[in-house]
Design a protein around this ligand. Structure first.
Ligand code: ZN
Ligand code: ZN
Length: 131
């Protein structure tokens, strides 16, 4: 039987400790790739791919949704409500739209961010009409 040759230790570029890579692509030690889930109800430590270190904040989509819902950011809005925001964001404030729709103002602000990111609205062109 041939002798098992362990892979060479690598030095973690982040913390400088040596570690034994489990895969050829692991370029950081396990500790440095551990992230705590941002959802306080979960708080689980999970390991992420090196390129997602500093970006990943939730261990799962479920935790992300749960946490955002808790913060009042994720409100299930109908397509009509979405459309109402799109139609009115130029001449109403987020607070006014929220009142009209009977939802949390932060939810409207959040939706505006999403729509902007998706390119459905262009907030840079936003001009409040003089009354
Ligand atoms: Zn490290
Ligand atoms: Zn979690």
């Amino acid at each position: 039987m041939g002798k098992f040759t362990p892979k060479r230790d690598k030095i973690c570029p982040k913390c400088g400790s040596s570690y034994l890579p489990r895969t050829g692509t692991a370029n950081m030690c396990y500790e440095c790739r551990e992230v705590q889930c941002n959802n306080p109800e979960c708080g689980k430590m999970f390991s992420v791919k090196p390129h997602r270190v500093g970006k990943a904040r939730y261990c799962s989509i479920r935790c992300q949704k749960k946490h955002m819902a808790r913060k009042g950011l994720l409100v299930m809005m109908s397509e009509e409500q979405d459309q109402y925001i799109i139609n009115n964001y130029e001449n109403k404030t987020a607070g006014e739209i929220a009142d009209d729709l009977g939802v949390n103002k932060r939810a409207v602000t959040y939706k505006l961010e999403v729509f902007t990111r998706e390119g459905r609205i262009t907030r840079t062109k936003r001009v409040r009409k003089d009354v």
